[in-house]
Design a protein around this ligand. Structure first.
Ligand SMILES: [Cu+2]
Length: 390
């Protein structure tokens, strides 16, 4: 039902009725919504999109409405026609396409802090998180450096190549209070994506995306004792992955809105005998332009992801007793990886009116999380980035 409302809102919005957002999603409905209605929603929205606005008009700048936008003073777009005032918060990937010949380089830095173990939507103690295991994770910090290049061979098609460098550390504690820290760092998986514009006019646009992620990240990160680190410490999925997305953007005067539905589908099984859980996310944001070069945003994101399928023999197991052979910690347990989350984020976009440079930052925290536990919950996250377009 909430997704039907979402689709209706988009339709109503397309007809200029009122600006609204998928904020109606109730947190209690999240699981059901994400798992049951996502495929339906995706199909519906893809089927409906082309009929919303027939034909692709040429790229126009937000306020001046000129096809070859050269006004830089008021309208928030740079001389290259790159309109930053309509950009999504920096945490949204593949939020825009470029006009023919457009080239963009970007660097994003992401930090995520995880702490406290969850069982379902409740926080549990370290002792409870060790129930059935020998040790438990206490906290985890992940840093990611993302480098991306975008190029548009045509007005409708934009290609993107993205790679990332990951630095992750995790604190562990065992039943005797002995603490240890694990760390893994290196290049993650590499994504090549294509974004196809369904329509674009002065007030709204939509595009479809399909990314293919190559398994360039390591899945053999080990502890000093030679055993594999837990699933969240591995740098890549080890599989070829598909990343479909649908993005819808709308703006009027100083406001812009957007929503994006995206998924990660892991194909096959990796060399270590497992497949990471598939995931899906629905995000919606509203952004208010403050002046010719800045905007603030508020975003709500619902995401869900499945457990690991299969398992790694090389991860630490309980050596003896009735649980012998079972994972020694929940981070090595394929059945304690899935979950759902609802995040709220605040963002700031700053862009140059002289050239195609944008700086943006966005930070947020979950307002609800429901995890197949014991599993570390997310405490907060921040993404900052710079984009240079030519
Ligand atoms: Cu771009």
């Amino acid at each position: 039902m909430p997704l039907t409302i979402h689709v209706c809102l988009i339709l109503a919005e397309e007809r200029g009725a009122f600006p609204l957002f998928p904020f109606l999603i109730k947190k209690t409905n999240l699981n059901l919504l994400m798992k049951k209605y996502l495929p339906l929603f995706a199909t519906l929205i893809v089927a409906l999109s082309p009929s919303l606005k027939a034909g692709v008009s040429s790229v126009v700048c937000s306020d001046c409405k000129k096809a070859d936008c050269t006004c830089v003073d008021d309208c928030g777009c740079d001389a290259g026609g790159h309109d930053y005032s309509t950009h999504a918060p920096i945490g949204v990937m593949g939020d825009h396409i470029h006009r023919k010949g457009g080239l963009m380089a970007s660097y994003r830095y992401m930090f995520m802090n995880m702490e406290s173990n969850y069982e379902g939507s409740s926080k549990i103690s370290d002792t409870a998180a060790r129930n059935g295991y020998m040790m438990n994770a206490t906290d985890m910090q992940m840093e990611m450096h993302m480098l991306g290049v975008m190029y548009a061979p045509t007005d409708k098609l934009t290609l993107m190549l993205m790679s990332n460098y990951i630095d992750t550390s995790m604190g562990m504690i065992n039943g005797m209070g002995v603490k240890a820290t694990m760390r893994s760092l290196g290049w993650g998986d590499t994504t090549l994506a294509a974004y196809y514009g369904l329509y674009k006019n002065s007030g709204s646009s939509a595009h479809l995306g399909l990314g293919v992620s190559a398994p360039t990240g390591s899945i053999d990160e080990k502890m000093p004792n030679g055993r594999h680190m837990g699933y969240p410490m591995q740098l890549g999925s080890g599989t070829w992955d598909l990343k479909p997305s649908f993005t819808w953007l709308r703006e009027s005067n100083d406001w812009s809105y957007g929503s994006q539905l995206s998924a990660v589908i892991h194909l096959d099984e990796n060399d270590n005998g497992y497949t990471l859980g598939d995931s899906a996310a629905l995000t919606g944001w509203v952004s208010r332009r403050l002046n010719a070069w800045s905007a603030v945003s508020l975003r709500l994101t619902g995401s869900t992801w499945e457990n690991v399928d299969g398992h790694v023999n090389q991860m630490p197991v309980i050596p003896m007793g009735p649980l012998a052979g079972q994972p020694a910690a929940a981070v090595a347990d394929p059945d304690a990886r899935g979950g759902s989350r609802l995040d709220l984020s605040l963002g700031l976009n700053l862009w140059s009116t002289e050239n195609g440079t944008r700086f943006a930052i966005e930070g947020g925290a979950p307002i609800y999380q429901d995890l197949d536990g014991p599993q570390l919950g997310t405490a907060w996250f921040v993404t900052a980035g710079i984009q240079i377009a030519w």
